[in-house]
Design a protein around this ligand. Sequence first.
Ligand code: BEZ
Ligand code: FE
Length: 290
Amino acid sequence: MQNLNEDTITHAVIEQIAHTPNPRLKRILTSLVQHLHNFAREVELSEDELMTAIQFLTRSGQMCSDKRQEFILLSDTLGLSTLVMAMNNRKPPACTESTVFGPFHVENAPVFPLGADVANGAKGEPCFVSGVIRGVDGEPVPHARIEVWQADEDGYYDVQYAGLGKFQGRGVLCADQDGRYYFRSIVAEPYPIPHDGPVGDMLRATERHPWRPAHLHFLIKQTGYQTLITHIFRKGGTYLDSDAVFGVRSTLIADWLRHEPGRAPDGSIMEVPFYTLEYDFVLNPAKKDR
Ligand code: BEZ
Ligand code: FE
């Protein structure tokens, strides 16, 4: 393995990883080396450009914390998250489509009873959300675990506020025996993804904006069904055709209806205008073990 040149280096590296015991790792690394080397050849990568890329990735790592995941943002803004999500969530057309997970989900979100206000003090116009969880034959799916999370009216998730010390605009609910779910929250608004780091630099360098259209995240789980990770987007909102992370599916766009002050779906009297959103989800059956 001496005197390697631009024609022999790729083969030499692949030979070095040929004995990787894990077959999946071997396949991924072999393909990665092949594509990475071919990419460098195709664009005739300069040494300065390689160093710029290394510095970009270094800064991305340095931006990461328990509140910030720059590599998820990078994957999202390069369309890689949507590609991988689409390949791994092929399902019958009757099922609710999946979309990107994003970096703002947290473990251990608070559990609420049906009907509760998951905003928990987050700023925004009130919104009552409801619907039914079904299977592909229309049967209600009882007692699914439903996790929701969203930004407030200023476009920030609770985890983006330093020292907030509580969960806001997120929660876990359990659908009833008829698959029904309902809760109160606030109206989702468009927001820019964090763009004060290397991903923001990339967006500016490519003259792209950082905005996402208004949406509400859902993660729905029930035994016997594939877990659904998705959002519901707000019909008529801005950025539906230019989502910075390529997540919009037209089947996930719904009407968020505005109402004048009066009786809300939970029977309470609202003294301010409020919104309602109704959306039914269809879960894909889990793959059978053979
Ligand atoms: C989100 O919707 O929370 C999100 C998705 C991708 C990147 C940034 C945010
Ligand atoms: Fe989001």
